[in-house]
Design a protein around this ligand. Structure first.
Ligand code: NAD
Length: 501
């Protein structure tokens, strides 16, 4: 029988009452893996109410005590690593090593959250004026909400709630309805770690639940990760309703390959960055900008056979290098882009369409695709395809390669591969993107730095996790204090003794 997943409200799994559910698929087989309830406004409000009721006590809990829950949660994630990775793979489709990598990157944010008391210490200026001290402290916002995408069902929620909770907020999480299994399991483990009831609540759902989170005045902050079209709506609606919003959105990450790049290193890096997780990563490299015709010819000559040889298989195959696409719709959308690219005149060097795997004929598999001679007017260049499709664009020189990256509407991550320190330094200084790699294809910052893009890849002022995450989830309060004092240099304190009373 198909399992029906639950919401998690006020410390308990809570059965749906809205009467609406959606199917969650195993993308390797095309079979229904579970049913997920889609919360209505009342269920979402119940989650907000639980978070609101839990806020005063949680905010008043000493930061070190809040951190103790994170320490225990960290240990439980380590103990349950295999189980969590399998849950990710079963509903998302990515290979087990990719799923473990994702859980591990989330775990690193939990480890960062264990040390957050250090970041809440505040600042003090003694004697800012005569007998006056000024001090600043950071306080939690209140109830905050997280809305997360399908592509990292474990990691992206962990970019948000460990930081928010460690800062003293309470939380309502709305995970992706396409693969929420691992997210729900994480929330169960967090409660096993000792999180008080109501501090974190999870509602499954779609736009109906999200719209309540965006408009309910009890919610003070919104963290969103997902597509740009939805992110713009979230940012505009959340801000119009007086909330602090950070919306991390779509991407089209370019890797510039200079003629002096180490080609072995570049090709290996490009294969992992373009085709890992079937390209369903906001930090995937989807465009290689090759500088010079010879560099382009050499790159295509080396990459094409590797793309053809990619082992596409379900996650249960230990040799799988790339799993299926998350849903049948997403697969059809990617195929549509490949059709459009070929029609627009790009050279389709490797065509990943039409792949069927014996025993998995109903799975959503696609092979890797490689386009050469892509030009900036083509939809395969302008749009985020979010699949295993790499576009090679040829640029005559470094300046025009840099201009291409900077002219694109997205600015999440980017990379340059070169042996020339001068070129690398110029690129880092002048490229318009939030995260930059030098001979590193996917420059995801470690958890104690912050993650986020520029341009249409992020709306809001703060990146996630690290110091920016703490700033987002806290508001600054600055106190200026003067105490009446009759004490002069050399004076004694005079307290009344008990006998004088
Ligand atoms: P999506 O925008 O379809 O969904 C994201 C979340 O928004 C989900 O929880 C979904 O239920 C909700 N949602 C969807 N439509 C909505 C609507 N009309 N109104 C309100 N809420 C709605 O994104 P996705 O397909 O799940 O994820 C892939 C996208 O996420 C890609 O564009 C990818 O680049 C992006 N992403 C960005 C980052 C980043 O850090 N910049 C990280 C991961 C993924």
């Amino acid at each position: 029988m198909t399992q029906t997943l639950s919401h998690f409200i006020n410390g308990q799994a809570s059965a749906e009452t809205s009467g609406r559910t959606a199917d969650v698929f195993n993308p390797a087989t095309g079979e229904i893996d579970a049913k997920v309830p889609l919360a209505d406004a009342d269920e979402t409000r119940a989650a907000i109410a639980a978070a609101g009721a839990a806020f005063p006590a949680w905010a008043a809990t000493p930061p070190a005590k809040r951190a103790q829950v994170m320490f225990k949660f960290r240990d439980l994630i380590v103990q349950h690593m295999d189980e969590l990775a399998e849950l990710v793979s079963r509903q998302h489709g990515k290979t087990l090593p990719d799923a473990k990598g994702e859980v591990t990157r989330g775990l690193e944010v939990v480890e960062f959250a264990c040390g957050i008391p250090q970041m809440l210490k505040g600042e003090m200026s003694e004697q800012a004026a005569a007998d006056v001290d000024t001090y600043s402290l950071r306080q939690p916002l209140g109830v905050v909400a997280g809305i997360t995408p399908f592509n990292f069902p474990a990691m992206v929620p962990m970019w948000m709630f460990p930081v928010a909770l460690a800062c003293g907020n309470t939380f309502v999480l709305k995970p992706s309805e396409r693969d929420p299994g691992s997210t729900i399991r994480l929330i169960e483990l967090l409660h096993e770690a000792g999180l008080p009831d109501g501090v974190l609540n999870l509602v499954n759902g779609d736009k109906e639940a999200v719209d309540v989170l965006l408009t309910d005045e009890r919610v003070k902050g919104i963290s969103f990760v997902g597509s740009t079209a939805v992110g713009k709506y979230i940012y505009a609606t959340g801000c119009a309703n007086g909330k602090r919003v950070q919306a991390l959105c779509g991407a089209k990450n370019h890797m510039v390959v200079m003629p002096d790049a180490d080609m072995d290193q570049t090709v290996d890096a490009l294969m992992g960055a373009a085709y890992g997780s079937a390209g369903e990563r906001c930090m995937a490299i989807s465009v290689a900008v090759v500088v010079g015709e010879e560099t382009g010819d050499e790159l295509i000559k080396r990459v094409a056979p590797k793309v053809r040889a990619l082992k596409v298989a379900p996650f249960t195959d230990p040799e799988a290098e790339m799993g299926p696409i998350v849903t049948a719709d997403a697969k059809a959308r990617i195929e549509g882009y490949i059709d459009a690219g070929a029609k627009a005149g790009a050279e389709l060097v490797v065509d990943g369409r039409g792949l069927t795997l014996q025993g998995y004929e109903n799975g959503y598999f696609l092979g890797g695709s490689l386009f050469d001679k892509v030009t900036p007017d083509m939809s395969i260049y302008t749009d985020e395809i979010f699949g295993p499709v790499l576009c090679v664009v040829r640029a005559p020189d470094y300046e025009r390669a840099l201009k291409l990256v900077n002219d694109h509407e997205y600015g999440n991550g980017t990379a340059i591969f070169t042996r020339d320190g001068d070129a690398a330094r110029h690129f880092v200084s002048n490229v318009q993107a939030g995260m930059v790699g030098v001979n590193v294809p996917i420059p995801v910052p470690v958890a104690y730095h912050s993650f986020g893009g520029w341009k249409n890849s992020l709306f809001g002022d703060h990146h996630v996790h690290g110091p920016e995450g703490v700033r987002f989830y806290t508001k600054l309060k600055t106190t200026t204090a003067r105490w009446p004092s009759g004490i002069k240099d050399g004076a004694q304190f005079h307290f009344k003794s008990g006998a004088e009373h």
